[in-house]
Design a protein around this ligand. Structure first.
Ligand SMILES: Cc1ncc(COP(=O)(O)O)c(C=O)c1O
Length: 390
């Protein structure tokens, strides 16, 4: 049979990147106790108040069709959140989606044509390649170097720009490296984007999980208002990824054009989830604060434990829920190390190659398990690294 070329462009870019994770799950299903450090799924449940609000809304009949932009309850909550960051935001600047992922997909559909180029860090979140390829555009890598703390440098960005460049796709705090861009770094990047007339799409799904310095965003810079789109969700901030509740915030005129693209695919989101999201965005819910403290202390623990091995190089993240580890000192690349870690030590992690060529020497360790489990996982990683070097 013949299929559309999108199926070729996306072949291997979906769950293909999660092959080791899936293999770990298969081992676990066979009864082998695997320590799973692969996916970025919060280990806390959502706050009970949110679950109750969702159930209340369902029983109150909030189960009918919505509209394409989003339920007024959640749109108002988002206007409140983002106008505190940059005055003047109205409902025309908001579009609701079932998660950051679909927000990214629709935003990219609205900005890109076949042959265009999107600049993104290497490494980058595993789905970016697919989300760009779906439009027929091409992802162009901007190296994120360990010696710069994996922070994108304006000079590296500018060097990768061509006449086909349309969008810079940023992610802060960054998955997988945990880099958090500062306001001045973003101003420099923004200046490059202004000079070359590029859109900025900034994935801020880990906004609430910044450990040290204040979170900064290109959205907060009025000079970039006409070219910046933020995508985010309650998946990480409220430990609610299964609710699939996210949004995009951006220029009103662009969003007027984007609305039919979104409506064509989604025909609106779920009112009972919108009500729960509105509560999440307007009430003091402590989930993010707890996670932030947990992930920061777990990151410190992992970096400390892994530094016991002379051939493993760690990097302390500035936010998010992951630690990246450079395993090249063992003589293996990240994929081979991750494969052997699963087979010989029953620990599953993500190979860096799932996040880009620049991460082929890395593995990504998810911090979403208790400290005792992380301690044991670190012991097994150090043990494998020791065997490899002897
Ligand atoms: C950087 C990044 N963006 C987007 C997503 C997807 O988020 P959502 O659940 O809101 O679709 C993830 C999930 O892990 C992520 O790490």
């Amino acid at each position: 049979m013949k299929y559309a070329t999108i199926t070729k462009r996306l072949a291997g870019l979906g769950s293909g990147k999660w092959a080791l994770h899936i293999e770990g799950r298969r081992k676990a299903a066979e009864g082998i106790p695997v320590i799973e450090l692969t996916i970025g799924e919060p280990d806390l449940p959502p706050d009970p108040a949110l679950l109750e609000e969702c159930a209340r809304a369902m029983f109150a009949g909030r189960t009918r069709y919505s509209n394409g932009r989003g339920e007024p309850s959640v749109v108002d909550a988002l206007v409140g959140k983002y106008s505190r960051r940059r005055p003047g935001v109205t409902s025309r600047n908001i579009l609701c989606f079932p998660g950051t992922q679909s927000a990214l997909f629709v935003v990219m559909m609205g900005l890109l044509d076949a042959g265009d180029e999107v600049l993104a860090g290497d490494p980058s979140y595993a789905t970016y390649e697919g989300v760009v390829a779906a439009t027929g555009a091409r992802l162009v890598s901007v190296p994120l170097r360990a010696e710069n703390g994996f922070h994108m440098q304006a000079g590296d960005l500018e060097a990768a720009i061509t006449s086909k460049s349309r969008v810079v796709l940023l992610n802060t705090p960054h998955n997988p490296t945990g880099a958090v861009l500062s306001a001045s770094e973003l101003a420099e990047i923004g200046e490059v984007c202004r000079r070359h007339d590029l859109w900025i799409v900034c994935d801020e799904v880990y906004e609430e999980l910044t450990f040290g310095d204040r979170f900064a965003s290109p959205f907060d810079n009025p000079d970039l208002a006409d070219r910046t789109v933020v995508v985010s969700s309650i998946s990480k901030s409220h430990a609610a990824p299964g609710f699939r509740s996210g949004w995009a915030v951006g220029p009103a005129e662009f969003f007027d054009h984007l609305l039919p693209v979104s409506e064509t695919m989604l025909f609106g989101t779920q009112p009972f989830i919108a009500d729960m999201t509105a509560m999440a965005l307007t009430q003091p819910i402590g989930t993010a604060q707890t996670m932030r403290a947990n992930y920061q202390s777990r990151a410190e623990l992992m970096v400390n434990r892994l530094s016991h091995s002379p051939n493993l190089r760690t990097h302390l993240p500035e936010g998010g829920m992951f630690v990246v580890l450079d395993v090249s000192g063992t003589g293996l690349d990240g994929h081979e190390f991750a494969r052997r870690l699963l087979h010989e030590e029953n620990v599953s992690v993500m190979p860096g190659s799932s996040f880009g060529d620049g991460a082929r020497d890395l593995i990504r360790i998810s911090l979403t398990v208790p400290e005792t489990t992380l301690n044991e996982a670190a012991r097994r990683m150090v043990s494998l690294a020791g065997r490899l070097s002897s």
